[in-house]
Design a protein around this ligand. Sequence first.
Ligand SMILES: [Zn+2]
Length: 311
Amino acid sequence: MTRGAVSVLVQELIAQGLIYEGATGEVARGRKPTFLHIRTHDRLAIAVDVRFSKTFLMLSDFSGRQLALETYDTIFNVPQFVKDLAARIRRILKTRGIEGDCEGVGVAVPGMVDHRTGRILNAPTLGWRDVDVRDPLAAATGLPVQVENSGRACSLAHMWLERGEAASTQSFVYISVSDGVGVGVVVNGELVRGHDHIAGEFGHMPLSLDGPRCMCGMTGCWEAYVSNLATLSRYFGWNLSKLSPKSLRDAERKTFSVPDLVARARGGDAKANTAIQSTARFLGLGLATIVNVVNPDCIYLAGEITSAWDL
Ligand SMILES: [Zn+2]
């Protein structure tokens, strides 16, 4: 893009009040640059993170600052999910929306999403196949709604909100380990989506044909070795292949979590330490494949298991 074209776009954004000019920078010679800032404080967004066990609903401003947070058991029936979510959004905006204008809702789901239509093509842990959450939620709230795969949403958040050195990383992989494994791959500053929206689904790369059953229906996926449930099942001796989806859900919702397991390992529980070390080995196996395939500048690893980094 030419300098002139950028200036025209910037002037338009300033006229719309979306960005504003700040201080002038110092350079050795030539015209001094003017810093531009995105207007964030009075522009709000609703972020929804739908996971197998819980759904997180957050009201934030455009800088990602959390203003309110609700957590509740995930509803698997889609019409009920939308109805309940719309009611929660209306309620949260009624009480906190005075702090600015809500400009939209972003919904992150653990599954394949057609970015253009917003349709959720397959979210196996939720049992959602070819469902539309975007349009009914937009109709019920009167707000624009975007639906995105959770690993990709993490990557986009990293690109848009990070400051300093981390913001300059152009090729990176973001891995979020929780109920499942969400992965977002960014190459040369662009999120890789793939022809059929499944690029970067490393969570379902098979580590072994005879491995534990994954919630996607296959066996031996990376996710089945490193998810929070996989780590806890090692400690408690659960056989993931024999648990029904309902008992998996109940196990996931139990109050004992990976941070509790990490606390036990720190307290000298050798079995807890073995379960965590085993997850670490399988995490390393998958990471080595990602490094060989993508060769990123950097890999970001998020999730409860990262609190055990120094064990
Ligand atoms: Zn799988």
